[in-house]
Design a protein around this ligand. Structure first.
Ligand SMILES: [Zn+2]
Length: 433
């Protein structure tokens, strides 16, 4: 049966200003030497609640943060389940990966030189943030009103494959799609603009809080559409940078470019999205390569690489506590299926572009959206290509993230197989409607 164009949806929106009110360590760069000095731009978490014609409630959360690590995401999800009856597969926590937002949880602990005083500020902010996000999810659910959903994609040429810096011979794939999900009220007015792009938010690297280019993109869209809320979703931008970088003008310019691409989509013909909204959340164990021995870790303590040194300290602590190092990581995969119209695949970690290109090729370039930085950000997720090329994402970054070793060569195939399993389960359900 084919349902009429989506009058059956209900949608609610909510936002919360998550700008820190005291100096706090900013996340993403190991080179910063002190906490924040001020606020260039306020940062936000935003929620879009959707109810389909079968009464399923689903909430998408975006945030101007480096990422939600599991020790922050899991308690938020547990509280949303307890307080609002929201099943785990119907809450999705994505972050823009701005490098000008506070450190939260234990994320990237070996990357930073801060001490106990700074850690106390981070813990206080993290607890406050969890409360704010849960409360916001509740408000979005109380805001449900009849809505129409539509989807289309644009293109923007901001993302550059950053692995080509110093390795111009690399193939350097990028995903320059700008997927846009528009939520309109029963009267046709725009209530929410959800838009994605696959590129690091690393234009700015000073001591001012901001959403980087994605913050400016959201602000530009909300300026044009003051009655609506713009939500940015970070896609598989782990190996993409906006280049060149490091000025406020560039951050603003890239933001306005991405906003203009989304604007063009909004002005054009968009395809209606039908329900029901199917959802699956799964975890798959991704194995690490053989970790270093205790002896090797001890020898790293006197090495010159500061990340290797701090990582070795952390690993020796885990060895003393648990008797062994973890040999795998429970990797989160969440997939939403909007009727037969759109498959939204949300992956944990800093996901390199190959995953996005692969899943779009596999399931359809016109109706598949692949996000990274969702539900847990704990490492880069290299593809086989990136592991073979070597370098930061599959190698050195694992030290800064506090992981015991690089991922095994099979990481891409293990994730792809699990995604396929989940997508097939959802397609079987959808074919019944
Ligand atoms: Zn990153």
């Amino acid at each position: 049966m084919c349902l009429p164009a989506s009058a059956a949806w209900q949608a609610g929106v909510a936002r919360v200003d998550i700008t820190p009110t005291e100096p706090i360590w900013l996340a993403g760069y190991g080179a910063r030497t002190h906490p924040s000095e001020g606020v260039r731009q306020h940062i936000f978490a935003k929620a879009l609640a959707l109810q389909d014609d079968q009464g399923n409630l689903t909430v998408l959360v975006s945030s101007d943060l480096l990422g939600f690590p599991r020790e922050v995401a899991d308690p938020i999800a547990a509280r949303a389940q307890k307080q609002f009856g929201l099943p785990r597969e119907r809450l999705l926590l994505n972050s823009s990966h701005t490098h000008s937002a506070p450190v939260i949880g234990d994320m990237l602990r070996p990357a930073y030189p801060f001490g106990d005083a700074e850690l106390a500020v981070i813990k206080r902010y993290t607890h406050w943030l969890e409360d704010q996000v849960v409360e916001m999810i509740g408000r979005s659910l109380h805001d449900l009103k009849p809505a129409e959903l539509s989807f289309e994609q644009g293109l923007a040429g901001v993302a550059v494959n950053r692995r080509r810096v110093g390795h111009r011979e690399y193939p350097g794939p990028v995903d320059q799609d700008v997927p846009v999900l528009a939520v309109r009220g029963a009267d046709g007015s725009l209530r929410a603009i959800v838009f994605g792009y696959a590129c690091h938010n690393t234009v700015l690297n000073d001591y001012q809080v901001s959403g980087d280019w994605a913050g400016y993109a959201q602000a530009a869209l909300e300026k044009t559409h003051p009655a609506s809320m713009a939500m940015f979703i970070q896609d598989c931008g782990a190996d993409a940078n906006p280049l060149p970088r490091h000025s406020v003008d560039l951050a603003q310019g890239y933001g306005e470019t991405i906003a203009a691409a989304a604007e063009e989509v909004l002005k054009g013909k968009m395809r209606p999205l039908h329900g029901p909204l199917g959802a699956v959340f799964a975890r798959v164990d991704i194995p690490f390569q053989t970790p270093p021995s205790r002896q090797e870790l001890q020898s790293r303590l006197s090495g010159t690489d500061v990340y290797a040194r701090r990582n070795a300290q952390l690993m020796l602590h885990i060895l003393d506590r648990d008797g062994k190092l973890p040999d795998h990581y429970p990797y989160p995969i969440e997939v939403w299926q909007f009727g037969k119209d759109l498959t939204f695949i949300a992956l944990g970690g800093e996901v390199v572009v190959d995953y996005s290109l692969r899943f779009k090729r596999q399931y359809g370039v016109d109706n598949v959206w692949v996000a990274g930085y969702s539900n847990d950000v704990f490492a880069y997720i290299p593809s086989l290509r990136v592991l073979r090329e070597g370098g930061y994402e599959g190698g050195g970054a694992m030290l800064a993230y506090g992981q015991p070793a690089p991922f095994a060569w099979a990481v891409e195939e293990i994730i792809a197989e699990k995604v396929d399993d989940v997508v097939k389960r959802l397609s079987e359900r959808t074919s019944d409607y």
